[in-house]
Design a protein around this ligand. Structure first.
Ligand code: B4P
Length: 196
């Protein structure tokens, strides 16, 4: 299986690049942000709890997102692989994912990390906020809060995968297609290694 963690701060281009990668590599796309937003839209109890945290730029509790991902991974256990987008966002989530994949006889192939500076992130998210209707994209203070949450709780996840020799950084600034080409280069060389 080819299992990729697409990593980066809010607005780095994870969702944008995931859409292109799933088409090219025929992988299952699992975005915890999308899963949470569908729970909110369906008005479930989980969605109601998640909404107040997300609207305030905070992370949803680990056990909630791990449970959601576990269901989806098990439902698709015969797939050729997964792109995890926006997950794991904490070290306990990464450990939970490792355990789950081990149970299914597979593992994370690599983490591809999109590097984008804070000013560019804020600009992109404010722009998206003009049309997305997402409450967490609406004001600069909230966006800065999300970036701060990323810097404190999520960046250690990169060290976690670096410790396993699975970390790979990609420049996330530039044309979407150029960034996509860089990501593909990394994935193709990984696939080559897997086939040897
Ligand atoms: P997510 O849905 O993951 O939101 P995101 O990080 O804002 O999105 P993403 O990074 O994918 O956006 P993209 O760059 O594609 O999470 C939302 C919230 O859900 C979190 O704050 C948290 O509360 C909760 N949550 C989710 N997962 C969780 C977890 N595992 N644990 C706990 N809580 C969790 O797009 C941004 C914009 O940039 C777009 O408009 C795009 O068009 C533009 N863009 C992309 N690439 C560009 C480029 N190269 N140049 C210019 N613009 C670009």
């Amino acid at each position: 299986m080819l299992n990729i963690v697409l990593f980066g701060p809010p607005g780095a281009g994870k969702g944008t690049q995931s859409q292109k990668l799933i088409d090219k590599y025929n992988l299952i796309h699992l975005s915890t942000g999308d899963l949470l937003r569908s729970e909110i839209a369906a008005g479930t109890e989980l969605g109601l709890k998640a909404k107040s945290l997300m609207d305030n730029g905070l992370l949803v509790p680990d056990e909630v997102v791990i449970g959601m991902i576990e269901n989806k991974v098990r439902e698709n256990s015969h797939a050729g692989g997964f792109i995890f987008d926006g997950f794991p966002r904490t070290v306990p989530q990464a450990q939970g994912l490792d355990k789950l994949l081990l149970d299914l006889g597979t593992e994370i192939s690599c983490m591809l990390a999109l590097k984008v500076d804070d000013e560019e992130l804020t600009k992109r998210l404010l722009l998206r906020g003009q049309t997305s209707g997402r409450p967490d994209d609406q004001n600069e203070e909230l966006i800065r809060k999300r970036i701060q949450e990323y810097n404190t709780k999520t960046t250690p996840v990169a060290d976690y995968y670096a410790g396993q020799g699975k970390f790979c950084a990609v420049d996330g600034i530039g044309e979407i297609d150029e960034i996509f080409a860089d990501l593909c280069k990394q994935i193709d060389s990984l696939k080559e290694k897997q086939q040897k």
